[in-house]
Design a binder for this molecule. Structure first.
Ligand SMILES: Nc1ncnc2c1ncn2[C@@H]1O[C@H](COP(=O)(O)OP(=O)(O)OP(=O)(O)O)[C@@H](O)[C@H]1O
Ligand SMILES: [Mg+2]
Length: 202
């Protein structure tokens, strides 16, 4: 329970369903999870571009950007990582309620935290996308130089090096960025959405 007691939920006059009908597409969360450097931001932005071109309202919530703003009070302790994901989950739910597709690009290493977000949403509203890439390949890419700093001990609790990453047990989609090009990853994800009738391209 929260800290406030004298609060009452006020229903929206325009419903989620009406917004979806107006937009002519379903609204949902595409929850990207994977190691640092696996390609979450790259693939999420490429999918968002594709959705944009097809007139689907979408928005990317990305790791560091969120920590610059809404979550700037949070660090990387276990408790803060949990709170980080919880808030992102709640924000994502608002996007879904507003009739949009929200793509989230966070390492989100713990199964329990991701499952809690899943529980916030309806079954067809949470699509977990595992961005699969070996630690070796992520470390070789090291686009932000973070693995090098983690190996030197400059960054503590770094996922994959000094903090665990828990692979999803039953993700809706798995894309392997060592096997597939960025375009192939986008195709896989968009085809999933089309198959589920989320996505009505003109
Ligand atoms: N098939 C592919 N899909 C995605 N990225 C790829 C692929 N092949 C190579 N890359 C490269 O891998 C890197 C992935 O970096 P990106 O910033 O997207 O990772 P991330 O998962 O968002 O990491 P972080 O958790 O640190 O934000 C980029 O430099 C990208 O160009
Ligand atoms: Mg990223």
């Amino acid at each position: 329970m929260g800290k406030s007691t004298n609060i009452t939920w006020h229903d929206q006059t325009v419903t989620k369903q009406q917004r979806r009908e107006n937009n002519k597409h379903h609204s949902c969360v595409l929850w990207f999870t994977g190691l640092s450097g696996s390609g979450k931001s790259t693939v999420a932005n490429a999918v968002a571009k594709r959705l944009f071109d097809d007139r689907i309202n979408s928005y990317v919530l990305d790791g560091d950007n969120i920590r610059f703003g809404i979550n700037k009070d949070l660090g990387f302790s276990e408790e803060d990582r949990k709170e980080n994901i919880r808030r992102i989950g709640e924000v994502s739910k608002l996007f879904v309620d507003s009739g949009q597709v929200v793509l989230t690009a966070f390492i989100s290493p713990f199964r329990e935290d991701r499952d809690k977000v899943r529980e916030l949403l309806n079954e067809d509203e949470f699509i977990e996308i595992y961005i699969k890439c070996s630690l070796e390949a992520c470390e070789a890419r090291d686009p932000k130089g973070l693995y090098e700093k983690a190996r030197q001990g400059i960054i503590k609790d770094f996922t994959g090096i000094s903090s665990p990453y828990e692979e999803p047990n039953n993700p809706e989609i798995v894309v392997d960025t060592e096997e597939n090009s960025i375009e192939e990853c986008v195709e896989l994800i968009v085809n999933y959405l089309k198959d589920k009738n989320f996505y009505i391209a003109e």
